[in-house]
Design a protein around this ligand. Structure first.
Ligand SMILES: Cc1cc2nc3c(=O)[nH]c(=O)nc-3n(C[C@H](O)[C@H](O)[C@H](O)COP(=O)(O)OP(=O)(O)OC[C@H]3O[C@@H](n4cnc5c(N)ncnc54)[C@H](O)[C@@H]3O)c2cc1C
Length: 392
């Protein structure tokens, strides 16, 4: 079993910007990851299995609905606490963080924001405790970056809706109890529906052979004339803005989460470089390795400050979608570059499961693509500063 010696880097004393509550929440998540994730994650990733035994622990550290009010079972925390929890979980593994992100921002958030009071009471407490797991179906085989083109649709049949279509690349799909599904009505307007496992015509085949996010289960959602009760439509928001609102919340969490993966890679590489002796001295004493390590801590520090400031704006209700896009894009690219450099510092050992770096690197290849690709986030910034969309 791998020993987890993680020491979190904080070069600019960013801890001083955090409240006591932030630090308590962060430290509890950090300890839990050390105790419950680090010992099992390499094995889960090698076997390509989501470790379901961690679900109750994720719920206990507040990872399911950190900012959902306590009356619905959430932790009632602010946005910086939410970000810090995501950072710590992704320090362990991006796949585990993906499960928590989906549950919180893509399932609980829309039910809380767009759902009825009955839907909130029925689903949110069970999702917060992990009794129910959820997934979010937006992407389709022919509509990834352009979800507005979706063809999944439902028809009003009087006492129910009839849902048809297919979604792919859906995190948590193979084991989810419920799916928040985005589909068009007969007028072509997008709505969110809550589809429950067991509804006739609804299946969730697993996607195999992934080299990335192996400890996260991914699958399809197939709807073959599924009868969805009318009370399962979330009535309070429709149009593409509804799923995009959920993505804002999840992308914000990713901006923090990626810092966790980067911190783990940096910390591992720094320790290794100080211990590994070649040509009669530690490789950390060579200029080439110091350049890599110095640039890593600089980039991590910039990302930490960006995430913290975005958290302040989000707490004040002022963070824009474009600001969130910029942070997601910057911080994931920062993490993937650090993973690649850190891997080289470990030489041959860097490719083994003895260390977490290669797993982080492969995971980040999904993180840079999902929730809006690296290109799409750049186009969002471009549109924001010029006023001209360049998507088509
Ligand atoms: C492991 C994993 C988990 C996922 N989980 C979920 C989930 O839970 N729920 C969900 O709904 N989706 C999920 N996704 C889907 C993810 O959001 C999509 O993969 C992503 O949006 C990109 O869509 P695509 O793969 O179809 O790529 P495409 O949209 O086909 O893009 C291919 C390439 O073309 C580029 N491109 C596209 N449009 C433009 C343009 N206008 N200008 C320039 N370049 C462009 C892209 O940047 C990309 O490089 C997941 C994906 C993965 C890999």
């Amino acid at each position: 079993m791998r020993t987890d010696n993680f020491q979190a880097p904080d070069y600019y004393n960013i801890d001083e910007l955090l409240t006591d509550e932030h630090k308590i929440v962060r430290d509890a998540a950090r300890e839990w990851v050390k105790r419950e994730i680090s010992p099992i994650i390499e094995d889960a990733a090698q076997k390509a299995e989501f470790p379901k035994s961690i679900i109750s622990g994720l719920a206990e550290i507040g990872a399911f609905g950190p900012y959902i009010p306590e009356e619905y079972g959430g932790a009632g925390l602010d946005q910086i606490s939410y970000g810090l929890i995501m950072q710590e979980i992704e320090r362990g593994d991006s796949g585990v963080r993906s499960t928590a992100s989906v549950q919180s921002s893509l399932v609980m958030f829309p039910i809380y924001k767009y759902g009825t009071e009955e839907q909130r009471k029925k689903y949110l407490p069970k999702l917060a405790s992990g009794e129910f797991m959820g997934c979010f179906g937006l992407t389709e085989p022919d509509h990834g970056s352009n979800p507005g083109g979706m063809t999944t649709n439902f028809k009003d049949k009087g006492d129910h809706y009839l849902l048809n279509g297919a979604k792919m690349w859906i995190s948590n799909a193979p084991f989810a109890d419920i799916a928040v599904v985005w589909a068009k009505d007969e007028n072509g307007r997008i709505h969110g529906l809550i589809v429950e496992r067991g509804m006739e015509g609804f299946s969730t085949p697993e996607t195999h052979n992934k080299w990335s996010l192996r400890a996260s289960a991914t699958g399809e959602l197939i709807f073959d004339n599924v009868k969805v009760p009318k009370e399962n439509l979330m009535p309070n928001k429709s149009g593409l803005g509804a799923p995009l609102g959920c993505l804002d919340s999840a992308r914000y969490g990713i901006a923090w989460g990626a810092i966790g993966a980067a911190m783990d890679c940096y910390d591992t590489a720094l320790r290794y470089a100080k211990e590994r002796v070649q040509f009669d001295k530690p490789i950390a004493g060579t200029q080439l390795q110091q350049k890599k390590l110095a640039e890593m801590i600089t980039e991590i520090t910039k990302a930490q400050l960006m995430a913290w400031r975005l958290g302040v704006l989000k707490n004040e209700g002022k963070a824009t979608s474009a600001q969130i896009s910029m942070a997601k894009r910057n911080n994931v690219e920062m993490a993937i570059k650090i993973a690649r450099e850190a891997r080289q510092i470990l030489g041959g050992m860097g490719i083994t499961g003895e260390y977490s770096i290669m797993r982080h690197m492969m995971n980040l290849e999904s993180v840079i693509t999902y929730e809006g690709t690296h290109d799409i986030h750049l186009l969002i910034t471009g549109m924001d500063i010029t006023g001209i969309p360049a998507f088509q």
